[in-house]
Ligand binder design. Sequence first.
Ligand SMILES: Nc1ncnc2c1ncn2[C@@H]1O[C@H](COP(=O)(O)OP(=O)(O)OP(=O)(O)O)[C@@H](O)[C@H]1O
Ligand SMILES: [Mg+2]
Length: 353
Amino acid sequence: MTTLTKEAGAPVPAGEGAFLSVRDLHVSFRTEDGVVRAVDGLSFDLERGSTLGIVGESGSGKSVTNLTILGLHNPMFTTVEGEILLDGKELTTARESELEKLRGNKVAMIFQDPLTALSPYYTVGRQIAEPYMKHMRASKKAAWERAVEMLGKVGIPNPRQRAKDYPHQFSGGMRQRAMIAMALVCDPDLLIADEPTTALDVTVQAQILDLLKDLQQEFGSAIIFITHDLGVIADMADDIMVMYAGRAAERGSVAEVLRAPQHPYTWGLLNSMPRLDSDPHAPLAPIPGTPPSLLRPPSGCRFHPRCTFQDRVGGNRCVNEVPLLGPDRSSACHLTAEQKRTIFIEEIKPRLG
Ligand SMILES: Nc1ncnc2c1ncn2[C@@H]1O[C@H](COP(=O)(O)OP(=O)(O)OP(=O)(O)O)[C@@H](O)[C@H]1O
Ligand SMILES: [Mg+2]
């Protein structure tokens, strides 16, 4: 493999502070039914070259958070508050023209469904070449060569020929690879992958995940990896953030969080996850209840209506008081550190087998 590097003279990465730093982010949408508070006070950091996995049930705000980083929301209906610092640059107040320059160049996104990113009307090669021409000011010929090279890198056989195909001539797994090629063509510093493999069968999924790991090694991009699957996180990520109803429930390194999870919601997620080594007929235990409406979210801890540990906190604190997330390794739950530890070891872990 040839090594692709940034153009000469690219600025040296800032030595201090995280590459991406999100602080007290609030995102709300005005709708006919009222205001949807989709993200409510979210903070996290991401270092250059490392991978953050974000997990959480449907509707927990994973996609909204990441679309907000890219500035892909309709300002007419959306209110964004807080800070998003990317390489020292504040994005929430950036002009659309600046964000436009950033997208595809410094930050790129791959989606669950490649057809949302690929147009049916242009060849795959042209669609990969286009952002390269635009952001790197490359000639048409150089950009086409680059597209062919990228298709080869993501494992498309006979890339020179296949670059001339339209997306419908590609299989699902190949389209996913083409979208990854498109996302990486400008060597982005941050790649946001929003459930990039859920639509694929298990073998292709494993290939795509390996590919992303290889490409990260080569390009050194930071990755935000969004998924429902804790197994995928364990495989891909350095750090993990568990989201519930627009807030971070728990955060830490993958090893810490998966070995000693501290939040009742994370316990529920682990308990509802199928395991390859256990009896395939053993019933899974879904978390009782459903995620709350974000039009009228529960008071205090947003997870309290579904949580079976409120009694142990006592004093109605879970209903009345928002639990805060500390810096680094921490969980937003009113149980004491000692309670979190012993409940997990004595009551949760034995059930996980
Ligand atoms: N444009 C919008 N207008 C109103 N509500 C929205 C809008 N976009 C998202 N929402 C709401 O914001 C909440 C968070 O949505 P989001 O798409 O971030 O969830 P998610 O965690 O990505 O879920 P999934 O796992 O299903 O992809 C949901 O309640 C959703 O209905
Ligand atoms: Mg989503």
